[in-house]
Design a protein around this ligand. Structure first.
Ligand code: PLP
Length: 405
């Protein structure tokens, strides 16, 4: 029974429809039928947090002082672990009181930042495809979202020069994310210099999501926004413990950068939550202090999966470059199939779950995202099923392509 006077606020109605409905329904049905699903849909790392992190959490649980409300602004020791990590990783000095704020996962902070800084009608620039909270947060806050459509021929980099002057003048915030979810694209340091200059020229608040700071391969080291001169005057950077440390369920991340922006977010959050369980902060602090050997083992795990799947998919017609970072492959759909149709087709014929690209905004249409969250044995089974079902990528013959233009 539904009552029409119980109507959600306009801010909920502003959200685009949920594209996973049909996929979820088919997944649930397949599970009931006992089909062995290979779920490469979500960016949810397999495996547990590292043992020293678990031990730190258990030790912290034994201390009654950790069982009360934690400090709003995060524990001083976790904040200091964050500034030490920044210094060690990027050579960047941060004030652990004013320029750092622990979060209940970065999604929470990315979305609340929008509520803290966006008035209804404000213009926000968001690349597309993008991690959905980068545009759903602003939409909830009532923003007018201007999508910057990314293109493969530009290596999925934002083309700053193609943003009309009037749009740049009106924009208040720009969200961005390299290494990128969902495309796996990385941005050279010069791009970071350009985007900082752009944001300073037009007085735009830059929000960089560096979720994949450590998941990089083949010697590539992702750039931090804060390594760029002047970035702290106009920007903040978000991090998460979810991916590198297999801590997605623990809900812990942090934001660093411009103290004024961080103060606004902190003020909003003191009205919404009570911070992060102190035992979780103790565990996160331990994670940031792990020796680099741990990182190397994680990188090696994803690098092997990436190589295995890229090489296997090449035999099925997908010739895609090996992404230098993150944990995804971004595959074009066979010509003529929308991202939803293709994802449903793959699920029905093979029991493999992939994410339709349109979940990441209009710029994701025509692609699906495959997460590298299963070991090579499972990925090998996935390749076998695709082959058996006759699913492959066949570019349009040139003649047809000509006729269709
Ligand atoms: C996975 C992911 C996150 C992580 O969010 P948490 O809320 O910290 O778990 C943030 N940004 C991007 C781009 C991601 O892919």
């Amino acid at each position: 029974m539904t009552s029409d006077w119980i109507s959600p606020a306009e801010r909920l109605k502003a959200l685009p429809p949920y594209v996973f409905a049909r996929l979820d329904e088919l997944k649930a049905r397949a599970r009931l039928q006992g089909i062995d699903l290979i779920d490469l849909g979500m960016g949810n790392p397999d495996g547990s947090a590292p043992q020293p992190v678990i031990s730190a959490a258990i030790a912290a649980l034994q201390n009654p002082a950790n069982h009360g409300y934690p400090p709003f602004e995060g524990t001083a020791s976790f904040r200091r672990a964050i500034t030490s990590w920044y210094k060690r990783r990027y050579g960047v000095e941060l004030d652990s009181d004013r320029e750092v704020l622990p979060l209940l996962g970065s999604k929470e902070g990315l979305t609340h930042l929008a509520l803290a800084y966006i008035n209804p009608g404000d213009l926000v620039l968001v690349p597309s495809p993008a991690y959905p909270p980068h545009f759903r947060g602003p939409l909830i806050a009532g923003a007018k979202v201007h999508f910057l459509i990314l293109k493969p021929e530009n290596n999925w980099l934002i083309e700053l020069s193609s943003i009309p002057d009037a749009v740049a003048e009106a924009a208040k915030i720009l969200y961005f994310n390299y290494p990128s979810n969902p495309t796996g694209a990385t941005a050279p340091r010069e791009f970071f210099q350009e985007i900082v200059a752009f944001a300073r020229r037009y007085q735009i608040l830059l929000v960089h999501d560096l979720c994949y700071a450590e998941l990089a391969f083949d010697g590539y080291q992702p750039t931090s926004l804060l390594e760029i001169d002047g970035a702290k005057e106009i920007g903040v950077e978000f991090h998460t413990m979810s991916k590198t440390y297999n801590m997605a369920g623990w809900r812990v991340g942090f934001v660093v950068g411009n103290p004024q922006v961080i103060q606004g977010l902190r003020t909003l959050k003191t009205n919404l939550d009570y911070g992060i369980f102190a035992a979780v902060q103790s565990a996160a602090q331990t994670a940031l202090q792990l020796p680099d050997d741990y990182l190397h083992s994680v990188q090696e795990r994803y690098r092997q999966r990436r190589n295995f799947l890229v090489e296997g998919l090449a035999k099925l017609g997908w010739n895609i470059p090996k992404p230098k970072a993150a944990m995804y492959l971004w595959l074009p759909c066979p010509p003529g199939q929308s991202s939803t149709d293709f994802a449903l087709d793959v699920l029905q014929k093979t029991g493999i779950v992939v994410t339709p690209g349109n979940a990441f905004g209009p710029g994701g249409e025509g692609y699906v995202r495959v997460s590298l969250i299963a070991d090579c044995d499972r990925l090998s089974e996935a390749l076998r099923r695709l082959q058996a079902a006759g699913i492959r990528y066949q570019p349009l013959p040139t003649l047809v392509a000509k006729e269709s233009t």
